[in-house]
Design a protein around this ligand. Structure first.
Ligand SMILES: Cc1ncc(COP(=O)(O)O)c(C=O)c1O
Length: 393
């Protein structure tokens, strides 16, 4: 628990009351400030690999611009299914796959397709809070499943089972996790699958960081387990693995009737993903894959710099196992994470997100991204240190 720190200005206290919306308020503030180092949002700063841009360019020059069917270009759906079979072990065909406008739309469509008013969705705490709105709009209710630092933020089958009620409809898993950088290990997923089968739960698993896993940890897909394909919606996107956030191209894999329901909602909202982005997605899957390990090596180096900096700042952390974040314990500062994020933005010009943006109780945690070059990460740490000193009790 943080203490009330008398050095904290009233302006910082006021913003802390804003809960999960604070993320947006801080980003807004940062937009008007010069020379801010942004370690907030999780969009890769690395470039989209040139061969992907070239392929998209060639397709456009060849006039291949017509809209595709709503669930996606047949060649891309087939390539995604092939990738998911080969690398994730999912027993899927092209009609189990749809192309979505980034991972964000995939999660929204998945929730709208399966959640009815009154349904409960089990969500890990802390959580990627974009799911909140999707669940609320479907009339569903979130029920938190606790995770903890001394368990490396792994998800525990007994904790999932304890959260189940007669209204439970689905379990949400994000692995690797945003915000904790934990992964749900294969052994845990096997036990969780057993719980989901016994209680007839649908699983929505967001695997958008699955290509950013730090050895020796490995990604495992719950949809590959026996009797799970028929109850699992697997979400992924090109955004993180291929540094393609702005192309807005992701995908979902699920039973064909769920894909049909998702596509019907997509048809009356966004329609098919932009054709140029689908060509880019196809090139990402079919072209050389070296960028994935090259980018992973860059993130590994950045992670080491960031963790060393956090040590100097007196922040404790669990070792990040995957994804693009460090989820750090800031309790040694004695400052509420929301106030701390505000002060670091105002006085150090560094944007990070408070833990409270990902769950009300995480007032002693902050989420910091590794999405700037090493020199910028070092500069951010040098800027933050004196501010921490100023307010430390
Ligand atoms: C867990 C998770 N799911 C989905 C998304 C959405 O990604 P996209 O940019 O592809 O819409 C994000 C983005 O940060 C994320 O962290």
């Amino acid at each position: 628990m943080t203490l009330a720190n008398p050095k904290i200005p009233e302006s910082a206290r006021a913003v802390a009351a804003d809960g999960t919306q604070l993320r947006y308020a801080l980003m807004e503030m940062a937009r008007d400030m010069p020379a801010v180092i942004t370690l907030g949002r999780g969009d890769p700063d690395l470039p989209t690999p040139p061969h992907i841009i070239d392929a998209a360019n060639r397709a456009m020059r060849a006039g291949l611009t017509a809209p595709t069917p709503v669930p996606g270009m047949p060649a891309l759906r087939a390539a995604i299914a092939e990738r998911l079979r080969a690398e994730n072990g999912l027993p899927v065909a092209a009609d189990n796959v749809m192309v979505t406008t980034g991972g964000q739309e995939g999660l929204f469509l998945a929730v709208q397709a399966i959640i009815n008013p009154g349904d409960e969705v089990l969500v890990p705490d802390p959580r990627y809070s974009s799911y909140d709105d999707a669940i609320k709009r479907a009339g569903g209710k979130m029920v938190m499943v606790p995770t903890a630092r001394d368990d490396a933020f792994n998800l525990d089958a007994a904790a999932v089972e304890a959260a189940i009620s007669p209204a439970s409809k689905a379990l949400l898993i994000v692995t690797p996790s945003n915000p904790t950088a934990g992964i749900v290990t294969e052994e845990r997923l096997r036990a969780i699958a057993d719980v989901c089968i016994r209680h007839n739960l649908i699983v929505i698993v967001d695997e958008i960081y699955s290509k950013i896993v730090f050895p020796p940890w490995r990604h495992f897909s719950i949809g590959a387990l026996p009797s799970m394909a028929e109850r699992t919606i697997t979400l992924d996107a090109f955004s993180k693995a291929y540094a393609m956030t702005g192309w807005r191209c992701g995908y979902a894999a699920a039973p064909a009737d769920v894909i049909g329901a998702m596509a019907r909602i997509k048809a009356v909202t966004t329609g098919a993903v932009a054709t140029v982005s689908q060509w880019a997605g196809l090139a990402a899957l079919e072209g050389p894959q070296d960028c994935i390990s090259e980018y992973l090596d860059i993130y590994i180096e950045r992670r080491a710099v960031l963790l060393a900096g956090l040590k100097r700042m007196g922040f404790a952390y669990g070792e990040p196992r995957g994804g693009l974040f460090v989820w750090a314990d800031s309790s040694s500062t004695g400052i509420h994470a929301a106030e701390l994020s505000y002060l670091l933005l105002k006085e150090a010009g560094v944007l990070i997100f408070p833990g409270t943006a990902f769950g009300e109780k995480w007032r002693d945690y902050v989420r910091i991204t590794m999405l700037e070059p090493i020199e910028t990460l070092r500069a951010a740490i040098e800027r933050m240190l004196p501010v921490l000193e100023r307010y430390r009790l």
